[in-house]
Design a protein around this ligand. Structure first.
Ligand code: DX5
Ligand code: ZN
Length: 221
């Protein structure tokens, strides 16, 4: 299992001042960028031009989470835009193995996301192709939703599959992660944690990043 990494999502940040918002969280391991197309999810955010500008504005690596249809066609664009990690949804990919290989060939970390109702077992044999597996702990589309405890058993099963295959794949959770829920995720086997509203609604976002990391570390010890 990888070391604990905290990945603030900018979905609940001030979109008119993203450079300044990212500068408020220097302790973040990654910046999570939620790309939405109003088709795969009922919400619209930004595309590769905006992401490229954000990548130029910070030294913290970008973790793109693509909630878009036709991921096969668009995902490699986000590596070219400067994202060190690109996550596509398996529900939106026609050829996930080919796509993961394309992301890696372009120089990115390849990651695949599962919505809460998508089982992990069918993808066991894909784990060696992935640098990260994202298990959504809310239905994708919006920040500030309630954490879905029903995903916890799937986190445990995913961790067991990773141990069985001896892969280095990181296990990320996204949705409703806060000081109240992060320990459950860490105990179940997650090692990378996306937090949007918990970080950007805090008075001191960087202190929240540090507090979340401490809780996750303690839960795993
Ligand atoms: C939801 C996004 C999340 C979102 C998390 O579709 O994928 O990354 O920003 O926000 P919180 O942490 O508020 O649930
Ligand atoms: Zn996300």
């Amino acid at each position: 299992m990888g070391h604990v990494q905290i990945t603030p999502s900018i979905l609940n940040a001030d979109f008119a001042a993203l450079g300044a918002e990212v500068a408020r969280i220097p302790s973040a391991d990654w910046i999570h960028v939620d790309v939405m197309d109003n088709h795969f999810v009922p919400n619209l955010t930004f595309g590769p031009t905006m992401v490229e500008a954000l990548a130029r504005s910070t030294d913290i690596p970008l973790d793109a989470h693509l909630m878009i249809a036709d991921a096969d066609r668009h995902a490699p664009t986000y590596v070219e835009a400067g994202c060190a990690s690109v996550t596509f949804h398996v529900e939106a990919a026609a050829a996930p193995v080919r796509l993961a290989r394309e992301i890696r060939a372009a120089g990115g970390r390849a990651s695949m996301a599962l919505k809460p109702a998508t089982p992990v077992e069918p993808y066991e044999d894909l784990l060696p192709e992935l640098d990260m597996l994202l298990l959504m702990t809310v239905e994708p589309g919006f920040g500030g939703q309630k954490f879905l405890d029903l995903v916890l058993p799937k986190i445990r099963r995913a961790r067991a599959l990773m141990d069985k295959h001896g892969v280095e794949t990181w296990l990320q959770v996204d949705g409703g992660v806060s000081l109240e829920t992060i320990e459950r995720c860490a105990e179940a086997g997650a090692d990378t944690f996306v937090a949007g509203s918990a970080v950007f609604s805090a008075d001191d976002p960087d202190a929240m990043v540090t507090a979340l990391r401490a809780k996750a570390d303690a839960a795993r010890a």
